[in-house]
Write a protein that binds this ligand. Structure first.
Ligand code: 13P
Length: 249
């Protein structure tokens, strides 16, 4: 049985103090819920070490890591540094990094491999823009993102990934993809993974939905076939709304 996962992506929000407070609240609420879902908070680099101290049931992730191992890369944070904070996961391929920081499939492929080499588990994001959706290119776009980003991994390495489908037009817009749109893409993704790695690997892969998921719509989204949880932005910044999403999975 594949894991149900709810991961919060805090993005560039909260100070360290605010982040620690939020993490404590999330930990306390999640500890009370009898829920088999894996709960992850992905925080800014600056917060990781401090947040690691106040969570136990909740797992820790970073929002990025470098595409190089170490050395003269001013301002970068390597996968081994991320792991040394206690983080187990790293978000890679988020559309904001692809769009604003020019992270190409090739760069992301290097990041994924470095993360795995350091026992850091990637939450690998894919998703189409509104233009691509309107041009009916969304299936092709997400397939290419998988092929170029992660399909040269061994089956054993691919099995360590979490995939997150995040349509760019649904992120932070209050506009979610509808049930049919989510179901057809998630089913397509599982089929594409099955073609490449076989049915067993595909069946065990957790595929999350992200994009304006909140306490009110989470239950419906998570009941969609082939959706194994969510990657949550805005609604992960308040412990009670994040908890409501965790309870919905
Ligand atoms: P929102 O939930 O704020 O739309 O963000 C989704 C997201 O980008 C998670 O990675």
């Amino acid at each position: 049985m594949r894991n149900k996962i709810v991961a919060g992506n805090w993005k560039m929000n909260t100070t360290v103090k605010e982040g620690v407070k939020l993490a404590k609240e999330v930990e306390a609420l999640v500890a009370k819920v009898n829920n088999a879902a894996k709960v992850i908070v992905c925080t800014p680099f600056t917060h990781l070490t401090e947040v690691a101290k106040v969570i136990n049931k909740v797992a820790l992730g970073a929002e990025n890591c470098a595409s190089e191992t170490s050395g003269a890369y001013t301002g970068e944070v390597s996968a081994s540094m991320v792991v040394s904070t206690g983080a187990k996961y790293v978000i890679l391929g988020h559309s904001e990094r692809r769009a604003y920081y020019n992270e190409t499939d090739e760069i992301l492929n290097k990041k994924v491999k470095l993360a795995l080499a350091n026992n850091l588990l990637p939450i690998f994001c894919i998703g189409e823009t509104l233009d691509q959706r309107e041009a009916e290119k969304h299936f092709e776009v997400v397939k290419t993102q998988l092929e170029k980003g992660v399909f040269d991994l061994s089956a054993a390495d691919f099995s360590k990934l979490v995939i997150a489908y995040e349509p760019v037009w649904a992120i932070g817009t209050g506009r979610t993809a509808n049930g049919q749109q989510i179901e057809e893409i998630h089913t397509f993704l599982r089929d594409v993974i099955a073609e490449k790695y076989g049915k067993t690997v595909a069946e065990e892969c957790s595929i999350l939905y992200g994009g304006s998921c909140n306490a009110a719509n989470a239950k419906e989204i998570f009941s969609t076939p082939n959706v194994d949880g969510g990657l949550i932005g805005g609604a992960s910044l308040k412990a009670d709304s994040f908890l409501a999403i965790v309870e919905a999975v």
